[in-house]
Design a protein around this ligand. Structure first.
Ligand code: DGL
Length: 268
């Protein structure tokens, strides 16, 4: 019998990273994954960068202690300040964040090179997307905006309908209802893809949406030797609080039912 590879570790502050996990399982169906949602301490996006680094190191330690062959930081907020500390701490496996793949996809698809990025306060004020996009093309222009209430809506499962659309207009109109608006919008928070319908309803026609979940999955796939398996890999689910809520809201992100019994409660 063939020995299986170690799983790929994935973490986020909550359920948002499940959008990345879903893209990963679609791109690499034979792999095993361990997903950790730090639901006890969500949101990360309103915390200080120092706190986000500390929490991220604790999430990584919990996953590394179980044995992983790659770590995916499925959280833009954590990717922004924590990647250097994580890479300094763990040298035995590669660590992939969501920002570089998202920036690359945006620069590749934008024709006008005027790119909008939305994310949490930590992500936007940290400037990592702005820097990544400009380092790929110095002629690019970036309009960046923190949209913290989108995280709350996504976590509440309030992803479509008038409230989500009104909020999308409130946030996005000042960027897009102007002369020469951006032609590309980066969803710089893994909670945002479930709000895509409401976001699209608020955008002028033809704006490209970059969802870094898909681009991150492609980056991880390119990095690793695939596990050759005839069966689908399994996902181990960990959460730091309230498995029942994790299962309910997580199902929205996963697009399939998640049983509370499948979620292990862990303390960091
Ligand atoms: N999902 C996280 C991200 O991609 C943010 C959510 C939070 O504020 O914790 O940035």
């Amino acid at each position: 019998m063939q020995e299986r590879s170690l799983p790929i570790g994935v973490f986020d502050s909550g359920m948002g990273g499940i959008s990345v996990l879903k893209a990963l399982t679609q791109a690499m169906p034979g792999e095993d994954f361990i997903y950790l949602g730090d639901t006890a301490r969500l949101p990360y996006g309103t915390k200080s960068p120092q706190t986000v680094v500390r929490y991220s190191l604790q999430c990584a330690a919990a996953l590394a202690s179980r044995g992983i062959r790659c770590l995916v930081v499925a959280c833009n907020t954590a990717s922004t300040p924590a990647l250097p500390a994580l890479r300094a701490q763990y040298v035995d496996f590669p660590i992939v964040g969501v920002i570089q793949p998202g920036a690359q996809a945006a620069v590749a698809i934008s024709r006008s090179l005027h790119i909008a990025v939305i994310g949490t306060e930590v992500t936007i004020s940290g400037g990592a997307y702005q820097a990544a996009i400009l380092s790929l093309n110095s002629r690019a222009r970036v309009s960046a905006l923190a949209c913290p209430l989108f995280v709350a809506l996504a976590e509440e499962g309030l992803t479509t309908g008038p409230i989500a659309e009104a909020l999308a207009h409130r946030y996005l109109d000042p960027i897009f209802q102007v002369d020469s608006p951006p032609d590309t919008l980066v969803l710089g928070c893994t909670h945002f893809p479930v709000l895509k319908e409401a976001i699209l309803a608020a955008l002028p026609k033809g704006v490209n949406i970059v969802d870094s979940a898909v681009t991150t999955a492609a980056a991880v796939k390119a990095l690793l030797h695939p596990t050759i398996s005839l069966t689908r890999g399994r996902v181990t689910w960990l959460a730091t609080d309230n498995p029942a809520r994790f299962a309910r809201v997580g199902s929205t992100f996963l697009g399939e039912p998640l049983s509370p019994d499948a979620i292990e409660l862990v303390d960091l």
